[in-house]
Design a protein around this ligand. Structure first.
Ligand SMILES: CC(C)(COP(=O)(O)OP(=O)(O)OC[C@H]1O[C@@H](n2cnc3c(N)ncnc32)[C@H](O)[C@@H]1OP(=O)(O)O)[C@@H](O)C(=O)NCCC(=O)NCCS
Length: 205
């Protein structure tokens, strides 16, 4: 069983104009913590605002629907009032029929009015560090290489892999957390996460 992660990171919003106060402890503009059961409604509402209703039609959704995120790998960013202003989750997948295990990252989203403040990067760095700490070998995602490249993701090692539905091949990106973790990874990516039961699907997926 995975260790319970303390899962706390914090940061100041990039470009924040608050004047530094020598000697006084400054409250961070946001914190990153493990997602709690009470965050589901706020997270779903944020995803609708940030990504629109079409988000549920993505191929990645087929690998998430009816499953729980990978143990210890669902995070939210909270502002100083405690409101959810960012979200990222990672999901257990199998990389092809007889391929290795991996993680699928997404969706990643930040409150639209706070874009460009470093919350997305902080969520990514924290999620990657926790995935590595928990012993995972590789993280995949479907997204913009110009953004995710800054965290080490590329399409270099995903050419033999496919999503289970329509997607743009050049946007299937991967990051190895352990050297060789993507060796032998070929074929269609499959869901491998813990299944949700009954009505829980409505609240978590
Ligand atoms: C993508 C997203 C999560 C980034 O979060 P953020 O908090 O704004 O990101 P950060 O502040 O950490 O980083 C901002 C930087 O990323 C760049 N960036 C943001 N989205 C980008 C994209 N799609 N492609 C390339 N660069 C991008 C910004 O130009 C900025 O660049 P700079 O550091 O050189 O100024 C956020 O814009 C968002 O929620 N978008 C809507 C949902 C979405 O598209 N999610 C990703 C699905 S693939």
């Amino acid at each position: 069983m995975a260790a319970l992660a303390p899962s706390l990171a914090h940061g100041a919003l990039a470009g924040s104009r608050s004047a530094p106060d020598e000697g006084a402890a400054q409250a961070p503009a946001f914190v990153i913590v493990g997602e709690g059961a009470g965050d589901v409604v706020a997270r779903e509402s944020l995803l609708d605002r940030a990504m629109g209703p079409k988000r549920r039609k993505k191929s990645s959704e087929r690998l998430r629907r009816g499953r729980r995120p990978s143990e210890g790998l669902a995070f939210v960013a909270r502002d100083a009032s405690g409101a959810v202003v960012g979200t990222v989750r990672l999901w257990d997948v199998k990389l092809g029929e007889s391929g290795p295990a991996g993680l699928l990252l997404g969706p990643l989203a930040v409150e639209p009015g706070l874009k460009g403040g470093g919350i997305g990067s902080a969520l990514m760095h924290h999620a990657i560090a926790e995935a590595a700490r928990l012993g995972h070998g590789a993280v995949l995602l479907v997204g913009d290489a110009p953004y995710y490249g800054r965290f080490g993701f590329s399409a270099e090692r995903t050419g033999a892999l496919a999503m289970p539905g329509p997607y743009e091949r050049h946007r299937l990106l991967a990051l190895e957390l352990k050297d060789g973790a993507l060796d032998g990874a070929k074929g269609t990516i499959k869901a491998a996460g813990r299944k949700l039961k009954g009505q829980a699907i409505e609240f978590v997926a």
